[in-house]
Each structure stands twice: as C-alpha cells, then as structure tokens.
Design a protein around this ligand. Structure first.
Ligand code: SF4
Length: 405
C-alpha cells in the first residue's frame, strides 16, 4: 500500500483526478524542459469529456507556467486508461495516467509513480499482521510504518476544519455553465443555521453532518483547495464526521488524527484493490470509499474493536455498490454535493451498525469481499456512468441546446 500522504493530498477542487493530477503532471513535465518552450497537451477519455466542468485547463496552465500551451481534447481515441494525458515538448513526450485522488502513474516517467509504504495487500492481511504484533494501539502500529505521518495528518486535519469553517461562513453562486439546473448557491451556511434551530433527536445530527460535508465540497466545487479524502469530489464526508466529533462531542484532536490513520488504511485497501476514481469505478469508488473511511474513523474514535471497525466500513460500502458517477454537464455539483451530505450520514449509521448490530448478528461479508464486489461492479459499469457526463442524471438534466446550436 502507498503512503497516506498520497491519499490525503491538499490541492484545488473540484476533482482530484481532473485538477490535482493534471496540475502535478504539468508541474513535473515543466521541470523536465526549458523555461518558455511551447508544450502540447492531449487529454483523453474522461479528462476530455469532463474537461469544461472540471477546470482542468486552469490546472495545466498553473502547472506548466508561462509558455505557449496548446490543449487538445481527444474524445474518440480509446485511451489505455480512462484518465490519460500526454505532454509533448520538442522530442520529449510523456504520458501520465490519473489514478484518482491526485495520484499519477507513468511508464515513460516512473519518477511520478507512488512508492510502497505499507506491506499489506488487503484488509485481512493488515488485521493479521497487527494481531501478531506487540502493539496495543492500531494507530501506533500504522504510524510505525510512516515516520512523521501523525504530524502530516494533523496538518491535513487543520486544513479540513479550515475548509468547513470557511464554507459555513460563505455564501454565493457555485460556478457552472448556463444550465438552469446548475444555477445553485452555496448552502452550507443556511443548513448549519437550520441545524442550530433543530432539537437533538429531531434531525440535528443529520443537518450538522450535512452542513459540514456541504461546506467542504461546495468550496471544492468553487475551485478552492481541499484535502482529498480520498478525492476532491468526496472530500466532505470524512471531515464532516471528524468535525462533528470535535465540535459536538469534544473528541480530542490527537484522537481524530489517529482516526485518520485508521481511515487511511481503509481507503488504501480500496485504492490498491479496486479504485478511488469515479472515472474508473463510478461514484461507489469515491463516495463509497469516503463513507467507509468515515465509518471506520467513527468506530475507532468510539473505541470499537478492529473487527467492528471493519464491519462498519463494509456496511458503508456495501449499500453504495453500483452507484454511478453522473455529474451534470461535468460539473461537480449535481449529484456530488448532496452525496457528500448523505455519505456523512451513512457513515454515522454504519458506525452505529458496527457498535450495536455487529455484536448481535455475525457479518458474513468482509471488507475485502465488498471491495472485490465494488471492483467487479465498477469494471462492468458502462463508460457513461464513469464521470463522462453522458449517463444517468447527467443525461437527464444536461444543458438544453441554445438557439445558436
Ligand atoms: S458523481 Fe460522485 S464520483 Fe462522480 S464526480 Fe460526483 S462525487 Fe465524484
């Protein structure tokens, strides 16, 4: 498994696959060529289809710096990976794949490839290895593999909370095309105000979780920098539950940081054995993974057993299996923002299942099982349900043709 630093990245929204990864590839390519030399960039697959709504051009311009830049969108050639980009400058050419969460892979420029840090192929091997260790804290065990990771996650936690607090005090439109369905305003502030008027037990927790989740992902949709957890599109779920525990239950920051380590292993299991990219596995890969991570974090914070942590993560994913990725007109607005609120609530429910139902009813599905099912389902999903803005809600709510068309 790769570093948790590669799972929790800080960068501009609205889509880590389409903004953070192209930015990283552009910056890397720029470091290999002389300043000012012209560069040609070709985007394939989902990068070409969702280009307009995902602001990929801004990331490329930022990463390549001041120089002549030509960008081509090839929507016809079948790419070797759903998110493929090729950079050319004179004789030099590199092709990069965006793997989700901002990660890159390249055959021709292997320097960008992520390195192995955790020696676990899946969740069960992680549990086995931990149970054979002398550690009494699963977070201490995880931290042993990656020096400085607690400090790093502490920084990411601060960035998550800053995104929430910024979102809770910000109003205004979310940028999109002229599609009337996409003329929506940021609403986290109003949802939070409604939550404060709501009694405990009457939906207050659900409204607070939604407000926190919306606050992050609405910022991401506006191009603000957020922490991938595991992606920009699903960046609201984990911060929402962590902030809820911090603000509403008084959980200490150090405990939240340790919860991020445990959640990170859950996310890494999915990243390694399936995908965390909507363009590869559908939204189950993004919101499903984020919800599993958040459920695991909540179970850890409450002191549940590792078996219960696994159960909650499994439940969270199992009931998102098959969820398609269908952002309307390619903007990470509908259905993405609402999905983060629902994901945070689902994470909390899954944790409650782990706490109260797992001791009563033996679970027959392991987390590794559900990840395998998620991969099989994602592989068989039609391309139109994988961040191409061609299927599902995207096909029903797409921008109507203008008079000029
Ligand atoms: S539908 Fe889900 S996977 Fe697709 S862009 Fe939106 S949040 Fe990401």
């Amino acid at each position: 498994m790769k570093s948790l630093r590669d799972l929790y990245r800080y960068g501009p929204g609205p889509s880590s696959s389409h903004t953070i990864a192209p930015y990283a590839a552009s910056k890397r390519f720029a470091s290999l060529i002389p300043e000012g030399e012209p560069v040609t960039v070709i985007f394939y697959g989902s990068l070409a289809h969702a280009f307009r709504g995902h602001h990929s051009d801004a990331s490329v311009f930022l990463g390549l710096g001041e120089r002549p830049i030509s960008i081509y969108l090839d929507k016809e050639t079948p790419p070797p990976h759903p998110l493929t980009m090729t950079f050319r400058c004179g004789e030099l050419e590199h092709t990069y794949f965006s793997l989700g969460g901002g990660a890159l892979f390249s055959h021709s420029d292997p320097e960008v490839n992520e390195k192995e840090v955790y020696p676990f192929p899946d969740f069960s091997s992680f549990v086995d290895a931990y149970s054979r260790s002398s550690f009494s804290s699963v977070a201490d065990y995880i931290a042993m593999f990656e020096p400085g990771i607690r400090d790093y996650c502490g920084e990411m936690l601060d960035a998550m909370f800053a995104s929430i607090e910024r979102g809770l005090s910000t109003s205004g439109e979310i940028p999109a095309n002229k599609n009337p369905r996409l003329q929506v305003s940021r609403s986290a502030k109003d949802i939070f105000a409604r939550a404060e008027l709501t009694e405990k037990g009457q939906g207050r927790r659900e409204l607070l979780l939604s407000a926190y989740g919306y606050a992050v992902v609405e910022g991401s949709a506006c191009g603000e920098e957020v922490v991938t957890a595991p992606t920009c599109g699903s960046s609201g779920v984990l911060p929402a539950v962590l902030y809820y525990e911090y603000k509403n239950k008084g959980v200490e920051r150090t405990r939240l940081v340790d919860a991020m380590l445990v959640a990170g292993i859950v996310g890494n299991v999915v990243k390694q054995n399936a995908s965390i990219a909507g363009s590869v596995g559908g939204c189950q890969a993004e919101i499903g993974t984020a919800t599993s991570m958040a459920s695991a974090a909540l179970s850890f914070i409450d002191g549940l057993s590792l078996h219960q942590i696994e159960y909650g993560a499994e439940v969270a994913m199992e009931h998102f299996l098959g969820l398609s990725c269908d952002p309307v007109d390619g903007y990470v607005v509908i259905p993405c923002i609402e999905r983060n609120g629902v994901g945070a609530i689902r994470a909390y429910d899954s944790y409650l299942y782990a706490k109260y139902i797992e001791p009563i009813r033996k679970n027959q599905v392991s987390f590794d099982d559900v990840v395998k099912a998620m991969k099989m389902t994602g592989d068989s999903l039609d391309e139109k349900y994988k961040e191409t803005a061609l299927g599902g809600l995207a096909s029903i709510l797409k921008e109507p043709p203008s008079d000029e068309d």
